[in-house]
Write a protein that binds this ligand. Structure first.
Ligand code: FMN
Length: 187
């Protein structure tokens, strides 16, 4: 497993400013769950906030509403199949953690587990729910971690190994791997 290092909450937006697909984890009582989510965004620097669309029909939403917490993490390409798998079935029908042999580690400030082989992890507490019709969940980031190998001096330096990079979901099972950085001076 790659090593998560703690990063300042005000920098947590950097983990997903580039729009990678995410995995949402949740827990309430002795129940826990995991699902894929493409529709996420940073909302503020300090206090750091995130927005995530979590459909009201998902088991995840039930657990997030009940607990007021969720984990948000950004998978490496090596977890692309897992991302599709956990977005394809409901935790109401199967324990996805055992079915897909998912490696987890404990969060510090929320009960939901965090997922190995991601590039970034956020622990979030729900601070406001959007209009019911939009299924928008807003959370405050209470802890943030990044892959020690790829997040250096406050920014991403993605590995040359594409399996370690974050991924962007299009549709129909197709992803893009995060590409190479450039500045306007490079053009
Ligand atoms: C790549 C991908 C992205 C997804 N993005 C979202 C999303 O942003 N919001 C959402 O509510 N569902 C999204 N889904 C669908 C949920 O992951 C799916 O409904 C899941 O089965 C819900 O599981 P649960 O009932 O165990 O919570 C996505 C699915 C995939 C495969």
């Amino acid at each position: 497993m790659n090593t998560p290092i703690t990063i300042p909450l005000k920098d947590s937006y950097k983990l997903f400013n580039h729009g990678p697909v995410s995995i949402v984890t949740s827990a309430h009582g002795n129940q826990r769950n995991i699902m894929a989510a493409s529709w996420t965004m940073p909302l503020d620097f300090s206090p750091a906030k995130v927005a995530v669309v979590i459909d009201k029909n998902t088991y995840t939403r039930e657990l997030v509403d009940a607990s007021g917490e969720f984990g948000l993490q950004f998978p490496m390409r090596k977890n692309a199949k897992l991302t599709l798998d956990v977005g394809d079935i409901s935790g109401r029908d199967a324990d996805k953690f055992s079915r897909f042999a998912i490696n987890t580690f404990p969060a510090q400030k929320i009960a939901a587990p965090l997922i190995a082989d991601c590039i970034g992890w956020l622990e979030c507490k729900v601070i406001k729910q959007g209009a019911e019709s939009m299924d928008l969940i807003v959370g405050e980031v209470v802890a943030a971690y990044a892959d020690a190998e790829q997040f250096l001096n406050g920014r991403w330096h993605f590995s040359d190994d594409p399996q370690k990079r974050s991924i962007h979901y299009m549709a129909g099972g197709e992803f893009y791997t995060t590409g190479d950085a450039f500045t306007t001076e490079d053009n």
